[in-house]
Ligand binder design. Structure first.
Ligand SMILES: Cc1cc2nc3c(=O)[nH]c(=O)nc-3n(C[C@H](O)[C@H](O)[C@H](O)COP(=O)(O)OP(=O)(O)OC[C@H]3O[C@@H](n4cnc5c(N)ncnc54)[C@H](O)[C@@H]3O)c2cc1C
Ligand code: FES
Ligand code: FES
Length: 498
């Protein structure tokens, strides 16, 4: 069965939209078609958070609220969700009363809004934090929750103070009382039907099964697959790419599954970064730290692990980390499935080993074994919400005092995410606590890469920082406390002690 409309919940009612241009963003639909102009447009590329709205979805039997950037989310992607915009928060808004939502009241009390342009987005990010349910909320957690919201004039102190005030007590805005009813509505919307809005020439489709997806993709191999659209959204809003056919993977049954065993973590392609964070962090705290700094809450809520790999960016964060862990990629085209080592997927700049009609099903990530030591460092110009200038990941196996296996991979050094084979060779059979061999491994980096030279970082900078990161990782593995080698992300305070 195929449905030719999308359906979602707003203000306790089901909204059905059956006629929209496939490339319409949620923000344009809200502002231009619905005249809901509370949600603002700043950058139009997922960076500033002015357009933040919240989506409610069912996860593990519970209703969760996640902030997303409406400017780079396509309207069709809210199918099956509850949509909450800034207009929906104040309890008396519909009746003209001036009563504010607790988050709004806290911002007023703390003078957390000056020109007000960023405020609706900040309110929505704080609304999601308010409903996350974690208490107490630390200052660090409040900062993480706001990392995707820029404010140019108020200054963040009063905004963070408002966040801490309002999250000092459990959420009490009535949403929780209505959670069961909302969940029941969302379950009724989950009808396992394929969605196809448009015609053969231009459409937004959301197949419900892998079979439907494979068949649709075989028919339209030129269609653009959408995970979270945190990359594709920018092709539309910034590059004005003339795309007309979209296949969203968010409704495909099974593609969002996570299977975690003691040996392997299997992440379905549409698992969002927000959901992947915890199981990845459990593999190694450094991976958790990179995921904490991956975009923002908004980007992590929408962006998927499959999209990050499929996009093939030389500065994508997942690839180098998963390559050193020995991850494999599972692809499907028609009824045919194949699995390949992740490192073999990246052929050349933005050229991946993905055949016509194929899609990524899952990522299979082996867990480090006894004697394995992992280190990952992401280097950016800005701490929060910034793409890597370079990222180094290392896994070495130590037996006795010797390195018996070494895998080192970099993002941002070449046209693709890539292993540093000369560095690996230089490390093999070396004593782990020998500073001279650390330096020699660092020197070998020059044989592996003639680094990228662009606006993010010069080639010389990348090479020098790459060498330094190799030495830093080895010094830590040899026993130097990370409190001596790092400003943030100390491993001594993280859960996984070595
Ligand atoms: C503000 C901002 C900050 C960001 N920060 C980071 C960061 O810190 N680190 C980082 O690595 N990236 C970052 N990104 C980039 C982006 O968020 C990631 O690459 C993200 O993982 C893309 O996933 P997606 O699901 O949104 O991909 P989409 O945009 O949906 O798709 C990306 C590409 O993958 C294809 N695709 C998607 N799913 C599949 C599939 N299952 N099979 C085959 N092809 C598929 C699409 O057709 C498209 O070509 C950032 C982006 C923004 C806007
Ligand atoms: S308008 Fe800036 S993130 Fe959407
Ligand atoms: S209040 Fe002006 S940008 Fe934040």
């Amino acid at each position: 069965m195929t449905r030719s409309s999308i359906r979602f919940v707003r203000r306790g009612r089901v909204v059905q939209v059956d006629d929209f241009a496939p490339r319409t963003t949620l923000l344009d639909w809200l502002r231009i078609e619905q005249r809901l102009v509370g949600t603002k447009e700043g950058c139009g590329e997922g960076d500033c958070g002015a357009c933040t709205v919240v989506l409610g979805r069912e996860r593990d039997g519970k209703l969760v609220y996640e902030p997303v950037n409406a400017c780079i989310l396509l309207l069709g992607q809210i199918d099956g969700a509850k949509l909450i915009t800034v207009e929906d928060l104040a309890p008396g808004a519909a009746s003209g009363s001036k009563e504010l939502h607790p988050v709004q009241a806290a911002l007023v009390a703390r003078h957390g809004s000056q020109c007000g342009f960023c405020t609706p987005g900040i309110v929505m990010s704080l609304f999601a934090l308010y409903h996350e349910g974690v208490r107490p909320v630390t200052r660090e957690a409040a900062c993480d929750a706001l990392a995707g919201n820029l404010c140019r004039c108020t200054g963040y102190r009063p905004i963070i103070d408002a966040a801490l005030d309002v999250c000092a007590e459990p959420a009490a805005d009535g949403s929780d009382a209505r959670a069961d009813a909302t969940l029941a509505m969302l379950r009724r919307l989950d009808d396992a039907q394929d969605v196809f809005v448009g015609d053969e020439d231009a459409f937004f489709a959301a197949p419900a099964s892998e079979e439907s997806l494979a068949a649709l993709l075989a028919e339209h191999p030129e269609a653009t697959l959408l995970g979270g659209a945190t990359d594709v959204g920018l092709w539309l809003t910034k590059a004005l790419a003339p795309l007309r056919k979209f296949i969203w993977l968010g409704r495909v049954h099974g593609l969002g599954d996570i299977h975690d065993s003691p040996e392997v973590l299997a992440l379905g392609a549409t698992v969002s970064h927000a959901r992947a964070l915890e199981p990845l962090a459990a593999i190694d705290p450094d991976i958790g730290e990179v995921m904490r700094r991956f975009g923002s809450n908004q980007v992590r809520a929408s962006g998927t692990v499959g999209g990050n790999i499929a996009n093939g960016s030389p500065i994508g964060d997942l690839a180098p980390m998963l390559i050193v862990l020995g991850a494999h990629l599972e692809l499907r085209g028609g009824s045919e499935r194949r699995t390949l080592p992740l490192e073999n997927f990246f052929l050349a700049y933005r050229k991946q080993d993905r055949r016509k009609g194929e899609f990524i099903r899952s990522l299979l990530v082996p867990k480090p074994g006894p004697g394995d030591h992992v280190r990952v460092f992401k280097v950016t110009k800005r701490f929060d919400e910034d793409i890597s200038s370079l990222l180094m990941a290392m896994r070495v196996t130590i037996q006795g005092e010797r390195i018996v296996m070494a895998r080192v991979a970099f993002g941002g050094m070449a046209a693709t995410p890539k292993r540093a084979l000369a560095v690996e060779t230089a490390l093999l059979e070396q004593p782990v606590n020998d500073g001279a061999s650390w330096a020699a491994a660092g020197e070998a980096l020059a044989s592996d890469f003639a680094p990228l030279d662009d606006h993010r970082a010069s080639a010389a900078y990348r090479l020098q920082v790459g060498k330094n990161l190799i030495v830093k990782a080895l010094a830590e593995i040899a026993g130097a406390p990370s409190s001596a080698t790092r400003i943030i992300g100390h491993r001594e305070t993280a859960h996984a002690a070595e």
